[in-house]
Design a protein around this ligand. Structure first.
Ligand code: NAG
Ligand code: NAG
Ligand code: NAG
Ligand code: NAG
Length: 477
């Protein structure tokens, strides 16, 4: 028996291991994210139709702080500056969304707005000319208002309209767009069918949101199959969907562990399990609890509709990757809260405290990789809100911390993350917080008609990370 001993100076060995851990793997893409309503403006220009966001922000200042996306960052006119900013931070990819009513003003095929198609062609071509790949969100919450008049997402017939819209996108942009997500954060936008205070403000808690969930899942699967059957062979892209996620138990008790698992299934599993799990369909815990509560309420049917076996099979496997948005971790405990009926009440979970906590991010990524094995993951949003200012050292520390946790998840835990697009390229209309909540690595002067963009300190930090493809040494653990 013999032993080979290689003696490395400790400092050197540690340094070598660290630089491997804190380096992005080859092919990992890095970029930034926005969405149409939050940046484009030009809400009624060049033939664009009204969206549910236009309608809601115009009519419900009591829920929206009074700011609107009418002009926002004026990216409809300033997209070339946006692309230059992306280039300046060394981005490989830009995640943006396409406004449905800018393409189909009435939601129907009676009018196809060529000016809208031209705008996205110009943006995509400008990106590619600068070496930046587009990652397109098809639905970032702005349905044509005309389709909301027909009921919006709870009306399953709307799915056909969405498929027709997506076909236009694949036909016109799919030669150059290789990354698509169907929906951004269903857990958030479907609340628009559960409460009055988020667009389209359909206050049908525990019913409207489940009907909309059901149609949304069918719409997602239809888009993936459309792409898979008719476009993949020639366009060779990938289609996924993006969820918001970050849930952990408040304590180490078994009860809290079970509450956290229920929370994950109600918050993400309800949308992800039908698509990414081996067996498909809604998670058992969701099915059982909503069915039991519905029966106890004296209803003739569950508030959560059921899929046929054929539908379960059709939806199962209908994705090429998982998109994940993460900002903070909610720490949960067991308990009944929320109005009756509601998804919150059905879950039997109370969110006790929310923390900005990169270890929660790493654990969440591990949970996703274990729960839905075999799918690459893209972090489609991650960032920090503040009240503004260019010397945003807190944001730099946030990105350093979360990118460190991400790299540990990838390089130490083996979580298959393949890309990261931070939120956000610039300060945007931050939904109900208006222009007061700032997430950008670029500042936007919303008081100037020019919507002047200025880099914050975080833009320089990101440019360094993205350019060197590693976390600078002083930020490593
Ligand atoms: C929404 O519905 C709930 C429950 O039915 C009701 O208590 C609340 O007043 C409604 N809110 C609005 C703004 O209509
Ligand atoms: C399709 O894309 C993959 C990587 O995304 C690449 O390896 C492959 O060569 C591409 N195939 C074609 C036919 O373009
Ligand atoms: C849970 O247990 C782990 C180790 O088993 C410990 O590090 C952690 O602090 C505990 N957390 C809480 C909230 O008690
Ligand atoms: C807006 O931009 C134009 C052209 O660059 C410039 O002439 C003008 O002074 C700017 N206005 C403001 C308010 O910054």
């Amino acid at each position: 028996m013999w032993t080979l001993v290689i003696v490395l100076p400790a400092v050197l060995a540690t340094g070598w291991a660290q630089s491997a851990t804190y380096r992005f793997p080859d092919g990992f893409f890095l970029g930034a994210s926005t969405s149409a309503y939050q940046v484009e403006g030009a809400w009624n220009e060049d033939g664009k139709g009204e969206s549910i966001q236009d309608n809601f922000f115009h009519n419900h200042p009591e829920y929206t702080s009074g700011d609107t996306g009418d002009v926002a960052c004026d990216s409809y006119h300033k997209y070339k500056e946006d692309v230059q900013m992306l280039k300046d931070i060394n981005a490989d990819v830009y995640r943006f969304s396409i406004s449905w009513p800018r393409i189909l003003p009435t939601g129907d095929l009676d009018v196809i707005n060529q000016a809208g198609i031209d705008y996205y062609n110009n943006l995509i071509n400008e990106l590619l000319a600068n070496g930046i790949q587009p990652l397109v969100t098809i639905y970032h919450w702005d349905m044509p208002q005309s389709l909301q008049y027909l009921g919006g997402w709870p009306n399953e017939l709307i799915v056909d309209y969405f498929v027709e819209h997506a076909r236009i996108l694949f036909e016109n942009f799919g030669d150059r767009v290789k990354w698509w997500t169907t929906f951004n954060e269903p857990a958030v936008f479907l609340r628009g069918y559960a409460s009055a205070n988020i667009a389209p403000g359909q206050n049908a808690s525990g019913i409207g949101d489940y009907l909309a969930t059901h149609a949304m899942l069918k719409a997602h699967a239809r888009l993936w199959h459309l792409y898979d059957e008719q476009y993949r062979a020639t366009q060779n892209g990938s289609v996924g969907i993006t969820f918001s996620f970050g849930l952990e138990p408040l304590t180490n008790s078994t009860e809290d562990a079970e509450a956290a698992e229920r929370a994950r299934q109600f918050d993400m599993g309800i949308y992800a399990h039908p698509i990414y799990s081996a067996e498909g369909d809604y998670p058992t815990v969701v099915r059982e609890r909503v069915d039991a509560n519905s029966a106890a309420e004296g209803r003739p049917r569950s508030r959560l509709p059921s899929f046929t076996q054929e539908e379960v099979q059709y939806i199962r496997g209908s994705a090429d990757f998982i998109g994940v948005n993460h900002y903070q971790t909610d720490y949960v405990t067991s308990g009944v809260t929320g109005i009756s009926p509601s998804k919150t009440r059905d879950s039997g979970v109370i969110t006790s405290v929310s923390r900005i906590d990169s270890s929660g991010f790493r654990r969440s990524l591990n949970w996703i990789a274990n729960e839905y094995p075999g799918y690459p993951i893209i972090i489609t949003e991650n960032g920090l809100k503040d009240l503004g200012g260019r010397n945003d050292v807190t944001r730099i520390n946030y990105f350093a911390d979360f990118l460190g946790a991400l790299l540990e998840a990838v390089n130490l835990d083996g979580v298959p993350v393949i890309g990261y697009t931070l939120w956000s390229l610039m300060d945007v209309l931050e939904w109900d917080s208006g222009f007061t909540a700032k997430f950008g690595v670029y500042e936007v002067d919303f008081s100037s008609p020019n919507r002047t963009r200025t880099p914050k300190d975080s833009a320089a930090f990101i440019a360094e990370v993205y350019g060197s493809r590693q976390l600078p040494e002083q930020y490593r653990l």
